[in-house]
Ligand binder design. Structure first.
Ligand code: RB5
Length: 151
């Protein structure tokens, strides 16, 4: 299976204190695989507000600086809600392999949101493999994705 995003661009990552350990482990895992990353924090387990990290991660994807985004918080709801305020972002909350596959093939997601408190790290890696290698199907799904916008 091949990588579906622009390999010349870094992958953007962000997390709050509940997701920082997963973020750091995933960054190491991505580097081992030869990917480049841009880490928008947080960098410690001190309590923080997830929008402060989800917004810059989303902006990096929205502007085309990053290939796609990976966000973590406890439930992944906070980072997903924040990222989806950005017009150019389709952030999907993923907690199992099948959901992740459809998040790409049906929703053309450009940000994956992972609930670090409820998903084992090995499943997070499995979902990322799927997210990075699954193509958007287009067709009837393109019509639906086009209708998401409020702009
Ligand atoms: C932090 O305790 C928690 O509220 C946050 O990580 C996330 O789950 C919010 O949606």
């Amino acid at each position: 299976m091949s990588y579906m995003f622009d390999a010349s661009k870094p992958i953007a990552l962000g997390a709050d204190h509940a997701g920082v350990q997963y973020k750091n482990e995933i960054i190491s895992w991505l580097h081992e695989k030869g990917y480049t990353t841009k880490d928008f924090g947080t960098y410690t387990t001190d309590s923080v507000d997830y929008p402060d990290f989800a917004h810059p991660t989303a902006t990096s994807v929205e502007t085309g600086e990053a290939a796609f985004g990976i966000l973590f918080c406890g439930t992944a709801n906070g980072v997903a809600m924040t990222a989806n305020k950005h017009e150019g972002i389709r952030a999907g909350l993923c907690w199992r392999a099948e959901v992740t596959e459809f998040t790409r093939s049906h929703n053309d997601a450009n940000v994956i949101c992972i609930p670090a408190r409820y998903v084992p790290i090995e499943l997070a890696k499995e979902m990322l493999e799927i997210f990075m290698t699954t193509a958007f199907e287009g067709g009837r799904h393109q019509n639906r994705v086009t209708k998401i916008s409020c702009a």
